[in-house]
Design a protein around this ligand. Structure first.
Ligand code: ZN
Length: 497
């Protein structure tokens, strides 16, 4: 079967809202988006009506099967009960449109507000071909600074991806559901015919699945993290949650592909949630997402740093484990004079570089495997460069006066770049990369770093040009923001393909 879509986009779209809470009725609005070089397909409104209603019915059937009655989302319909399909003409040709924001930014202003999810059906562009044959569509929920209230889904209006299951999957993302691969039949995984029990429970209180819900601006859930424990590569996390509106439910996701790893029903104003995640699920990430919902259907996503891993960070430290001070490992220093002539210089570097990728025996006479891990890699090159740099600039100040974000290099770039910075004091460091529209593309978290200059490739923050889903991002302007303690700096970069 076709692989369905993926990308969840969590958009930080800050909108001024009245401070009081209010009740609202939330609807899904359907938009048929035509790039400038396409024309409407014959009878497309009737086909859209059929497919989108089929997605709507899927949720009703599944909610009923799980014991919540035939709850589903509401569509904008006319007097005859047909879905109102808004035809919107784009300003660019079909090849241009690949992201939600490219279409969303051209919608009439009144279409993008706090009480609507937009389902954009895009004519003439079959994403699964453009996006490395991996994705059929995209969907995400949108935030007003406190809770998620709105969303956008983008699905092609022609080709094999134009079907009810892709529409339902992407709308699922707009309702706050992420990915779930526990069962091959799950809609939010690679299947098309089942909602997981925890997903039905989530939707039961979701504001798009209820006639009236109070969207409350005030509450953020208070979190208190218990010390983390790791046994046999399984990390146990425990968090005490508090919300005066009453806690309802919580989902835990891995950061990488937004895969569900745990959920829990919650009760009362204060409750404890617990999850166990296998280290292998985290891949290179050092945090999880925690997504709690209150009884008003308000929800939010929080990062949980994994503290039992090295370099993990905690933006709001409440509970800290004590760990013994880590001494840097300088044992490689005895190995960096590769040719054994008593000097560490470029000749040693040349030997290492010319042996890259080779397996070296521990007792070799001339051993270019500086860290003695059995194979010559970039790490060995970097160890020598580090020593050469240190020797070349013995008087350079070790601690910069100011914390700064430095220009990335290369720039423009394709596909990878390095983001250098300097720290006047030891602190937690993270970088967020945004599209020009403000969409968060990727978070990079080197973690707690000592004061110093992080200029060289071996020290600067590396970005492979991919988003959190592992897809290469499109050409264009991106912004990167460095947060280091109280310091925040933003710079611009350009990917040219
Ligand atoms: Zn998806």
């Amino acid at each position: 079967m076709l692989r369905k879509t993926s990308t969840l986009l969590v958009i930080l779209l800050f909108v001024l809202m009245p401070t009081a809470s209010y009740a609202a009725s939330f609807t899904v609005r359907v938009i048929y988006f035509l790039p400038i070089d396409t024309s409407a397909a014959p009878n497309v409104d009737a086909k859209i009506d059929r497919l989108v209603k089929s997605a709507q019915k899927f949720f009703a059937n599944e909610m009923e099967r799980h014991g919540y009655g035939r709850k589903t989302f509401t569509l904008e319909t006319n007097a005859k009960g047909k879905i109102v399909v808004h035809h919107v003409k784009g300003r660019f040709s079909r090849a241009y449109y690949q992201t939600i924001n490219q279409t969303k930014s051209e919608l009439p202003k009144q279409f993008v507000n706090q009480n609507n999810i937009s389902l954009i059906l895009l004519e003439g562009n079959q994403f699964h071909e453009l996006l490395e044959n991996k994705f059929c569509g995209k969907g995400g929920d949108w935030i007003n600074g406190v809770t998620f209230y709105s969303g956008t889904a983008l699905v092609p209006a022609s080709g094999p991806c134009f079907n009810a299951s892709v529409i339902a999957h992407e709308l699922g993302h707009t309702f706050g559901l992420r990915h779930n691969f526990e069962n091959h039949r799950y809609l939010m995984g690679t299947g098309s015919d089942l909602l997981a029990p925890c997903e039905a429970e989530w939707l039961n209180e979701h504001h798009y699945f209820n006639k009236t819900k109070i969207l409350n601006n005030a509450p953020k859930v208070t979190r208190r993290y218990e010390p983390q424990a790791e046994v046999n590569n399984k990390i146990r996390l425990k968090v005490v949650l508090e919300d005066p509106d009453g806690l309802y439910h919580v989902h835990f996701y891995v950061t990488d592909n937004l895969e569900l790893i745990g959920y829990q029903s919650l009760n009362g104003e204060r409750d404890t949630a617990e999850v166990v995640v296998h280290r292998s699920k985290l891949r290179n990430y050092k945090e999880l997402y925690l997504q709690p919902m209150d009884l008003n259907g308000n929800y939010y996503i929080y990062n949980i740093p994994i503290r039992s891993l090295p370099d993990s960070i905690d933006p709001e430290p409440i509970v800290r484990e004590k760990s013994p001070p880590q001494m840097p490992d300088f044992s490689y220093l005895k190995n960096i004079d590769v040719d054994g002539n008593g000097l560490v210089n470029v000749a040693d570097l040349d030997i290492v570089i010319s042996n890259l990728g080779k397996n070296i025996k521990e007792d070799a006479d001339t051993n270019p495997d500086v860290n003695r891990d059995g194979i010559v890699t970039q790490t060995d090159v970097d160890l020598i460069i580090k020593q050469l740099n240190a020797a070349a600039a013995p008087t350079a100040p070790k601690v910069p006066k100011q914390t700064q974000l430095l220009p990335n290099y290369p720039n423009p770039f394709n596909p990878e770049t390095w983001i250098p910075y300097q720290l006047a004091a030891p602190t937690n460091v993270r970088v967020h990369i945004y599209e020009a529209s403000g969409t968060l593309v990727r978070s990079l978290t080197p973690g707690h770093q000592p004061a110093g200059i992080y200029q060289h490739r071996s020290r600067a923050i590396y970005w492979d040009g991919k988003n959190a889903m592992g897809e290469s991002v499109a050409s264009g302007v991106y912004f990167y923001t460095l947060t280091a303690g109280d310091f925040t700096g933003t710079r611009k970069m350009l990917i040219r393909k």
